[in-house]
Write a protein that binds this ligand. Structure first.
Ligand code: FES
Ligand SMILES: [Fe+2]
Length: 383
């Protein structure tokens, strides 16, 4: 935690409304104070208290299926890679050479030996230093002291995760009950392959983007086609320790989002949020999983990656229509909303709002928003 920040909620100078304290009762609570969505000190604190100690999504595990396959990722200013060793074991390391700190790997690919592009020190895929050019006669030089520094890695429902916390408990333990629910919605989950990626840079704080995802109160106003696709009266939101969901039935046939035919099993819509910045969507009409990460790129920048896991590498007509709807309609609608909110959060005339709570947890209820804010404020030590 940043020593400069008091561990309580406060009102920054200029705001016309005083900050109300956190309330564990969503029906009485006020949202996170606006400056938490742009203050660089709070952002830094979130990196330390949340992102440097939570499981973060990297890719479909198929990307590292063979010995030597690797994939890199960034977490704040930390660069990490995951590689499968020749023993078949997945390991993750800080992506930094132990000589003078050059980055070792870029993007993704396959290499049994990791060679630093600067002075060519090389490492085995288990992180051990293999060769250090010109160091064989150096005094007090023990290669064993220069292994790569390991971080935690795990696989959950074919999704690869890393965690800088070496003592993190497994993803499945933290997300108790989620796997069963996902498999109920998509029994062929294990057959899905990564087929398509969409990238969006959003000029908004990552929490603002998550806030928008975890409630559908805005759906009838912001997403006219979505409320034709999904049967809104059936919509319910549920909260668990580190994940929440909002799911409902969908309507097959003609609608303005995209057309599909389907039996009752095919007609569910599911949306899940996973602590801290990952969301999953199952679109109606086909077995699929949209792995949608809202990765912080700065205090007021979110790098969204949407990976579509489908039954094959080439989308069929319904799958393509669902991707087109996400790319051209649904996500642009949300971007307009959250970027407007991001500007509004800076207004001296806005500090906090109320959660709109419906005890039946219907499509209008912001239970998921209060739940997300609780996890954030807990992690920051503010409650
Ligand atoms: S920094 Fe990697 S070999 Fe010098
Ligand atoms: Fe939305």
């Amino acid at each position: 935690m940043n020593d400069q920040s008091p561990a309580t909620l406060f009102t920054p100078p200029g705001k016309v409304s005083e900050t109300r304290p956190y309330n564990p009762d969503p029906a009485r609570g006020y949202t996170i104070p606006a400056h938490h969505y742009y203050d660089p000190a709070i952002y830094q604190e979130e990196l330390e208290s949340i992102f440097y100690r939570s499981w973060l999504y990297v890719s479909h595990v198929e990307k590292v299926s063979q010995p030597g396959d690797y994939v890199t990722t960034t977490i704040g200013d930390q660069n990490v890679f995951v590689i499968r060793g020749k023993d078949g074991v997945l390991r993750a390391f800080y992506n930094v050479c132990q000589h003078r700190g050059h980055e070792l790997l870029k993007g993704s690919g396959s290499s049994k030996i990791i060679t630093c592009p600067y002075h060519a020190w090389s490492y085995h895929a288990d992180g051990e230093l293999r060769t250090a050019r010109g160091c064989q006669d150096m005094v007090d030089f023990d290669k064993a002291n220069f292994s790569l520094k390991q971080v935690s890695v795990d696989v959950f429902c074919n999704m690869l995760f890393v965690n800088l916390d070496p003592n993190a408990s497994p993803v499945a333990t933290q997300l108790d009950g989620l796997e069963e629910e996902l498999r109920q919605y998509c029994p062929t989950l294990d057959d899905l392959t990564h087929a398509e990626t969409l990238l969006f840079d959003v000029h908004a704080n990552w929490k603002n983007v998550v806030d928008n995802f975890v409630e559908c109160y805005h759906c009838p106003i912001g997403h006219p086609a979505f409320v034709e696709l999904v049967d809104m009266p059936s919509y319910r939101t549920n909260t668990h320790r580190l994940w929440s969901s909002h799911c409902g039935h969908a309507k097959s046939g003609e609608n303005s989002a995209y057309k599909f035919e389907g039996s009752v099993e095919d007609t569910a819509f599911g949306a899940w949020w996973i602590w801290p910045d990952l969301t999953l969507v199952m679109n109606p009409g086909c077995p699929n999983l949209v792995v949608f990460r809202m990765k912080p790129g700065g205090p007021e920048l979110t790098n969204e990656t949407l990976e579509f896991y489908l039954s094959g590498k080439t989308p069929n007509a319904v799958e393509q229509a669902s991707i087109d709807y996400f790319r051209d309609t649904l996500n642009p609608e949300d971007l307009g909303l959250v970027e407007s909110v991001q500007r509004g959060l800076h207004s001296r005339g806005y500090n906090q709002g109320r959660y709109v709570i419906d005890k039946d947890r219907t499509q209008n209820s912001e239970h998921g928003l209060h739940h997300f804010h609780t996890r954030v404020l807990e992690a920051l030590g503010r409650i």
